[in-house]
Design a protein around this ligand. Sequence first.
Ligand code: PGA
Length: 270
Amino acid sequence: MPWISVRRTSHWMHKQVRGRTMSIKPLLAGNWKMNGMAESLSEIDLLIASLPAEADRVADILICPPATLLDRVAQKGAPHAIMAGGQNCHMAQGGAHTGDISALMLKDAGASHVILGHSERRSDHHETDGLVRAKAESAITAGLIPIVCVGETLAERQNGVAQTVVEHQLEGSLPPTLTTAIVIAYEPVWAIGTGKVPGLDDIAEMHGSIREWLQNKYGSLGEATPILYGGSLKPDNARDILAVENVDGGLIGGASLKAQDLLAIYAAAQ
Ligand code: PGA
């Protein structure tokens, strides 16, 4: 990707994209997965107490708690520009779907974003690219920003097909056309919850190829689409990973459960 260069500044990452400068403000998105009870709301209080005012922030902060806590996290966070998001939604906006939650309901509960196609949902619930696309379209219709997750397994990386697999997932999981913002999260399946992370060169190569794919598919909207890295992003590796070209923030699992860890990652984003 020779036409894109990034230099770290005291503020956002400025990208020279085909001759013009654009900025993507980093997004740090916490994915609490199936963790968190009422007492976890104290972590939001700690974030509120420690983060600078919104205008001075170097990264946007989003917390995706379990659905049971969504409206409480949203209400607590909203006055302090801490966004709240869902971890999944149904493709329909309502109806006879026992146990499911629609994008419209997430929006009503205060969500701004929804994580879709996470590898745990792809494996635990057999979610296909086509289903993820239908959910993404439903989320956009409801006024949410979908965070669409893609990533290869260890066997796929070892077989040298990681990029092909990810491109295939992008092609199948994203809407054919876009008129509004989305977010992509590249999460190598083998890095999630394992403490293992890809080499910085591998992250740069994958994010570069995702950027190229997005540009070809969506033009300027693709150039401006944040591409998050996810998978064992921790305070001790965040500075290096968040500085990689085309890494526009992180999707953070385990290290988002404690405000202290998330704040350390935030500090690394400066
Ligand atoms: P992890 O999870 O940071 O605990 O590896 C990331 C994710 O699954 O989104």
